[in-house]
Design a protein around this ligand. Sequence first.
Ligand SMILES: [Zn+2]
Length: 525
Amino acid sequence: MSKHYQVLARKYRPHSFKELVGQMHTVQTLINALDANNLHHGFLFTGTRGVGKTTIARIFAKSINCENGVSSTPCGKCSTCIEIDKGQSVDLIELDAASHTGVDNMREILENAQYMPTKNRYKIYLIDEVHMLSKSSFNALLKTLEEPPEHIKFLLATTDPQKLPVTVLSRCLQFNLQKLTDSEISGQLKYIMQNESLDFEEDALNQIARFGQGSMRDALSLLDQSISYGNGTVLVKDIKAMLGLVSHDDIIKLATHLFNQNANEVIEFIRDISHRGDNLTNALNDLSSLFHRISIAKTVSSTSIEDEISLLSSKISAQDLQVFYQISINGVKDMPLAPSEQIGMEMTLLRMLSFHTDITNYTEKKTVKIKPKSVTKIQTDNITDAKNFSSSDTNSKLGILNNDSWEQLTPTLKLSSAAIIIVKNTIIESHSSNLLTLTLDKEFSGLLTQRIQSEIEKALKICLGNVTLKIVLNKPKFKTIAQKEQHANNTKNAKLQERFINDTTVKKIEQIFNSKIDMKSIKEI
Ligand SMILES: [Zn+2]
């Protein structure tokens, strides 16, 4: 199958405007100008790589030099058309400024523009990445552009028009080529596969199109690769294996663990896909896309919603989604800096988990100020004698602690995010004299370290006096704080949600996130 490799992009390079995919506006304008024979002398095509800048320029060159006359439908058969297609036309001078910067030769070539074409109607300069011309070459180009001889046409292409001098911009007709849509790309891929009589799954082509990110050239080179990889077929499983893609179902699973605040499952899941050799940066990107889809489903009523999206959407607030989205795209950005992809992904997801917890507090509880020496601001409905929580005494105040007051006490403990997750997943097993025994939901055993246990013990000492902490792993006999919060979160009524959606704009969340907010400063609206 190696014969296919790298061949498709060249084989299927469009030879006429009709064969061209996308860029409708540009093409129509050029067709109109050609058919009316109303031609400017300078054309500038801008757009990212692989969107068809030079392809359009070459078709245009044929259109004006075809031996059968200027038109939008060059014959493709005369010697000039054939020479242009083969890159052998003497009057089409193709220059790549990216590889010729500073070369005197380039300036000379441009200074020679005044001489008549050798064979054809027009002498055409096709200059790719024109923004990279050297200063002297630019001057030569400008001189010609200012007073262009009748027989000269300049076709300039660039990915970076901002770097062009205004004097050049103002002398050219400018066409901004758009990135191709996924469906424009996948349509062309399908056409090619059918034309080549090769087997494929449509979903596989869609994946390739998505990966092309608007560039037909990139998508075609990926198609070439996958044809070689699949020995003549293009299947979803091969694309996934080739690119290390995490399946859609897996991304849904990961989001479900995350929304359930199931830290253990989240970490285990990341380790699994990492061991499989999957592309974690890409998985994080897919997760961001999923957050986007859920957000849309939550806020735009007219969209039809798939069951899985609707289920996920019921587990999370619009605000959390905004924060998660920010964290995930920042996670992608920071991925190259992480010691490994796995660590980068784990830290990103843990960050979401910790923010999730805090934001749950924010939406469901009154703001609680931490005052180690006094806890009078805590909601104390269930605490038999709140004053006894004062730490001014050296003796422990464990005697008044029960699971209701535990829930009230925990938000006042000054703890790291990781320790908060642990505390929220415990219940009080027993206490006697100075020993407090907590049962930690064994699902979270993986997150418990000696350091976190010490941290919790220290925080408890501030509030309760002399306490020794023991944590046992088991299935809690009744609901932990985290489980209660989850339950409350799931059944939050729509009005409350809407109130927050209306009060908190995306910008505010972004602002909150970027400025590394002190979560304690958030007040209930
Ligand atoms: Zn021709």
